[in-house]
Ligand binder design. Structure first.
Ligand code: KG4
Ligand code: ZN
Length: 335
């Protein structure tokens, strides 16, 4: 079957056409219009600007997605759209557009959760990946440890209690003068810095839980930078990035280890923008290899927000009978 999908939960407007059957998951097109250059001017995503930019882009990227895939709306079997979680105004653009298209053309409409979509990006490249598994979704807006019992049943077993992991990367990057979003540049700097230069506090919440607190870690790094400035001392950005990254990774592996022990699930999947981090990818691969855990990560092209991942999850939601009707709405947070 062919699914036309939409993603507009934050600062990327994306439309994709993907083909699915029991043995095939193929991306025919995955068009992404990024707003990053616009938001860079403000050092972060400005919600109203994001909504307006989605409005500007969504019609043309839909044509482009259909054209690139070599299909028309008449060939489409279902329309999938992110309806939660995300910026409400941004989500509403995608939901309203997808709903209109579905109703006008009598095509089934399938609402998709963005977090599930990130995880489902892995199905395109790992045909052997099947639930149950543990997923770590790490992005600019989310940090969740999830038990995926079947394709549509997700149970969050750990989460951040404050900032998302990507948000912490971006905020530390901003204080060091890196352009928004700083995550990718922090990754590059960390590769040439000393990870043992500075000891920062763990982001793993102490105790018998699977939660994180990236706000505490972020504040500790920012305080360190301000202290250096006040004393007139210089700091080495590469060392800050490397030490921060090392702390993030050890916090994540600590909670993943606890989750593995608690659930006995021997498959770990990572997803979301921060899963593009080269150090996190290498460290988790090593962590899993040592314990004979199967490790799955998306290709770099599918780590960030994109509509193909929404189609992948949409396929399983469609099979499970999930449908949106004319009353489908967006939700800023929720399942
Ligand atoms: O999944 P995504 O595109 O959007 C959300 O759903 O939030 O994730 C964007 C986040 C940003 O915070 C960005 O800085 C971060 O992913 N990111 C990275 C890397 N590439 C993107 N963080 C660390 N290392 C990277 N290589
Ligand atoms: Zn995302």
């Amino acid at each position: 079957m062919l699914i036309l999908s939409f993603e507009s939960s934050c600062d990327e407007t994306s439309a994709a056409v993907c083909e699915f059957d029991e043995n095939k998951k193929q991306i025919r097109s995955n068009i992404i219009a990024s707003q990053i250059e616009t938001h860079k001017l403000y050092g972060g995503v400005v919600p109203e600007i994001a909504s307006r930019a989605h409005c500007d882009a969504i019609t043309n990227i839909t044509y482009e997605a259909l054209d690139t895939a070599g299909v028309t709306l008449a060939d489409i079997d279902a329309i999938a759209v992110t309806n939660t979680p995300g910026l409400i105004g941004a989500l509403l653009v995608g939901v309203s557009f997808a709903k209109s298209l579905a109703i006008a053309n009598n095509i089934p409409l399938v609402p998709v959760n963005h977090i599930k979509g990130h995880t489902a990006a892995n199905y395109f490249v790992h045909p052997d990946l099947k639930p149950p598994f543990l997923a770590l979704v790490a992005s600019g807006g989310h940090t969740s440890l999830i038990r995926v019992d079947d394709y549509t049943t997700y149970t969050t077993i750990g989460r951040t209690r404050d900032d998302a992991i990507g948000e912490a990367f971006d905020k530390v990057g901003r204080v060091m003068g890196l352009p928004y979003p700083g995550g990718a540049e922090m990754d590059r700097l960390a590769s040439i810095g000393n990870p043992n230069a500075i000891k920062f506090p763990s982001a793993a919440v102490v105790g018998d839980n699977l939660d994180f607190s990236f706000s505490g870690l972020k504040t500790a790094v920012i305080n360190h930078l301000h202290n250096c400035d006040q004393k007139g001392e210089s700091y080495v950005k590469e060392d800050i990035a490397a030490s921060f990254t090392k702390t993030v990774i050890s916090s994540v592996t600590k909670k993943l280890e606890m989750a593995y022990e608690a659930t006995g699930l021997d498959k770990i999947v990572i997803a979301g923008g921060v899963s593009a981090n080269s150090h996190l990818r290498a460290a988790l691969e090593e962590f899993c290899n040592k314990r004979q855990i199967h490790f799955y990560m998306p290709p770099l092209s599918l780590c960030g927000d994109n509509a193909a991942m929404i189609a992948a999850q949409g396929y399983y939601e469609y099979l499970a009978g999930v449908r949106g009707d004319s009353a489908l709405n967006a939700k800023a947070s929720g399942q």
